[in-house]
Design a protein around this ligand. Sequence first.
Ligand code: SAM
Length: 251
Amino acid sequence: MRIDVVTIFPEMFGEVLDTSIIGIARERGLVTVNCHDLRDWTHDRHRTTDDEPYGGGPGMVMKPEPLFEAVDALQAQDDEPATVVFFTPAGTPLNQAIAEQLSSRERLIMVCGRYEGFDERALSLADLQLSIGDYVLTGGELPAMVTIDAITRLLPGVLGDAASSEDESFSDGLLEYPQYTRPAEFRGMDVPEVLRSGDHGRIAAWRREQAVTRTAIVRPELLAHATLSDSEKAIVDGLFDADSEQEVPQR
Ligand code: SAM
């Protein structure tokens, strides 16, 4: 996969792209990430990428011309057309399903906003407008890094154990089950007996039940897209049964 990032702060990406899983994936040639300075597509002495908003108001707006030139130039570098992603708080919220879809593309161009965001006409370049959450950051660079991380770890051959991304939160519509490592007892807290039993069937059943219960408590809206057995539905109903005396456990 090839990812081109357009930003006025390409230097922000260095450590993130060199470290851990993304660094290894790049070393192995599984993903190439090129960070471009948007100012390279400006033509004035000050390399201007922003201007005042029409209609007045605070802040500056990203000019359309360099953005169009950048995306056009990067598209022209390869026969394979790239999917163009613009980051904006007004975009579609990033989730695991979108990360999976993006990880299957050959090429991505990611465009990072700054100031008060993009001239609306520049957004016509986007195949996808992405938000990483309902809060406002100062720029699209962190959203781009978050998205690159979420995508890269899904690329075939990137994670050592392929099952480790299949088993994670959201992969089956559920949050992940609780994980433990040694020691078996720590500060009065024991690792559940079932995980030390060596009984793989019981362990799988316990993990599944924990994932369903945790999801029902913490993120019940996710269950709308999860496939649950009848007994799992009963667990969920039990948690939310108004007449039930069962106390909903805290997180
Ligand atoms: N005025 C904009 C608004 O109210 O929606 C916010 C602009 S923000 C200060 C500058 C840039 O940061 C945006 O153009 C976008 O690229 C990026 N950004 C900020 N928050 C984001 C989020 N939650 N998701 C994705 N991108 C975000």
